[in-house]
Design a protein around this ligand. Structure first.
Ligand SMILES: *[C@@H]1O[C@H](CO)[C@@H](O)[C@H](O)[C@H]1NC(C)=O
Ligand SMILES: *[C@@H]1O[C@H](CO)[C@@H](O)[C@H](O)[C@H]1NC(C)=O
Ligand SMILES: *[C@@H]1O[C@H](CO)[C@@H](O)[C@H](O)[C@H]1NC(C)=O
Ligand SMILES: *[C@@H]1O[C@H](CO)[C@@H](O)[C@H](O)[C@H]1NC(C)=O
Length: 500
């Protein structure tokens, strides 16, 4: 959410003069090869990437891996160890290839101070085995620089290294249930580093505070994102050092134009998978999509029975809210040539063969359907026609800090079929994961809203039951309680959906 702090206009200037250090910068480990901020991603058929940060540049980042913890017989290395102005760390990436599908792999980042971890490799496109994907959006740092909550709840140590102070959070619930889902999508708003000025201690040390929040957040997330593929796309909080209108020009180099997001996830996210369809036009469209993809801003991947497309609701379409030249905006992008994102989206959606991947999902940050009048109109104008035309089944957004479920809808009207084989996409908002800005109240209702929850932190789970049935659950982060459940039936009779 964009927050206006007109009275704080002088702040970035003060903050630039970091005389009174107040930022909570984590302690630098003695062994600077110690890996931190681990993040896995689905990168291509039979391949995953692993990104991690170190407090020194690595000449040759390497990971050993294998299907048994005492036989890490494969090795992947790269020369990718990059940083940016204001960052204390280097981001390292390697690509693990030749993975057997749906298999537990053990891995060890090569370092004089690292341990063996494990992950589950991606399912092959077309595998119809049921699985669950979690949706977490608008998740920020927890603790002194972020949000805090205080109910008491017992912790089950499935992932033992979760910091005890995280024991009531979405991260803790993701840890407790780690065996119940196969990967996570997070379309935008990570860490909330640009909200550093909400804590008085940071006021005179903004530049460090911004980096400190990123380091803390990705350290808190690492037990999850180093165990499960964690698929990212951009939100407004990745754009600049703060969201104060007209002042992003004062952000230091390295803290504007999505720099950390791009360095952290640019090489780890997928582009688009080669088509496994037997149809020639599908292959042509998938190849076109690969050339037009711009990870981590827009891209797609396949996993079992789902084809998942990530879009960028921040820049790179007409009147994009964070684009350059937008009055009082965040002056970011473009990241592609004019129309590249929409051309990618059309080619990618057109390539989806429903006999291979019956489910077609899209993830983005800003919703156009939301209670409280919080929809993004330019986003709707740019993306909605394509989603309808190619029969997207479920569209996932955040940005508004609560949970919402809608009936399938097109052009602000509910689909007459409801959840029983609609032509229009079903929409959800899953922005309640928890951050320093707190929850957004539901506000004014929308006629085709079916569920809304703003009492406590929450996130969503999407269960792919079979080729025709999908279930969406909303879960209360603190207790794991099921808040809402719904089923979408799609007949998926057509191999390539094109609707007028
Ligand atoms: C080794 O790693 C652990 C955990 O990541 C860290 O707490 C410790 O300080 C590191 N040791 C050295 C010598 O840097
Ligand atoms: C959860 O964390 C809080 C704050 O750190 C702590 O006071 C409480 O004892 C913890 N509860 C459990 C069950 O670990
Ligand atoms: C942001 O970065 C992109 C890609 O590096 C670049 O093309 C664009 O011009 C930058 N935008 C601004 C406003 O600096
Ligand atoms: C919004 O209105 C619909 C239809 O009247 C209703 O089913 C739904 O529960 C309402 N949602 C909220 C959050 O009040």
């Amino acid at each position: 959410m964009v927050r206006l702090f007109a009275s704080l206009k002088g702040l970035p200037v003060l903050a630039a003069a970091s005389v009174f250090a107040g930022a909570s910068l984590p302690t630098i480990p003695e062994d600077k090869t110690t890996p931190g901020q681990q993040r896995l991603a689905i990168n291509g058929p039979n391949s995953m990437t692993l990104g991690w940060n170190t407090f020194q540049k690595l000449s040759r980042p390497c990971v050993k891996y294998g299907t048994s913890s005492d036989k890490l017989d494969k090795e992947a290395c790269s020369t990718s160890s990059v940083t940016y102005p204001t960052s204390r760390t280097h981001a390292n990436v390697v690509t693990l290839t030749g993975l057997a599908p749906a298999t537990t792999y053990f891995y060890k980042i090569e370092s004089t101070n690292s341990t063996v971890e494990h992950f589950f490799s991606p399912r092959t496109s077309g595998d119809k085995t049921p699985f669950t994907m979690n949706v977490v959006i608008d998740l920020g740092v927890y603790g002194a620089d972020g949000f805090t909550i205080k109910q008491d709840e017992r912790k089950r140590d499935t992932i033992p290294q979760i910091d005890p102070s995280l024991n009531h959070t979405t991260i803790n619930q993701l840890a407790k249930t780690v065996d119940d889902y196969e990967f996570i999508v997070h379309p935008g708003d990570f860490a909330y580093a640009d909200d550093w000025f909400l804590k008085p201690k940071n006021l005179f040390d903004g530049e460090d505070a911004f980096q400190a929040i990123l380091e803390q957040f990705y350290t808190q997330l690492a037990p999850i994102s180093g165990r499960k593929a964690y698929m990212a796309s951009p939100g407004n909080h990745e754009a600049a050092c703060q969201e104060i209108p007209f002042l992003t020009g004062l952000c230091p180099e390295g803290q504007k134009n999505f720099t950390d997001f791009m360095v952290r996830f640019g090489e780890t996210m997928a582009t688009a998978f080669p088509s496994t369809s037997a149809t020639e036009t599908a292959k042509v469209n998938a190849n076109k999509a690969r050339l037009l993809a711009k990870p981590p801003f827009w891209y797609s991947f396949e996993y079992g029975m789902v084809h998942f497309v990530m879009i960028n609701t921040e820049t790179d379409f007409e009147d994009a809210p964070d684009g350059p030249g937008v009055f009082g905006g965040l002056n970011s992008g473009p990241f592609g040539t004019p129309n590249q994102q929409l051309e990618f989206l059309e080619a990618d959606l057109a390539s989806v063969d429903r006999t291979v991947t019956p489910w077609l999902l899209i993830g983005g940050h800003r919703p156009w359907y939301s209670t409280g009048g919080k929809g993004c109109k330019p986003c709707q104008a740019a993306f909605e026609p394509l989603l309808y035309k190619y029969g997207v089944d479920l569209a996932i957004f955040g940005h508004v800090h609560n949970s919402q479920r809608f009936l399938p809808a097109f052009q602000d009207k509910a689909d007459p079929n409801g959840y029983n084989d609609p032509k229009a996409p079903m929409y959800i908002v899953a922005g309640g994961a928890g951050n320093i800005e707190g929850l957004s109240s539901i506000g004014k209702n929308v006629s085709f809203n079916a569920f809304a929850y703003d009492d406590d932190f929450s996130y969503a789970q999407v269960r792919f039951l079979d080729a025709q049935n999908l279930q969406v659950d909303f879960v209360k982060s603190d207790t794991g309680e099921l808040l809402d459940t719904s089923r979408l039936f799609k007949s998926h009779k057509e191999q390539f959906v094109v609707q007028a």
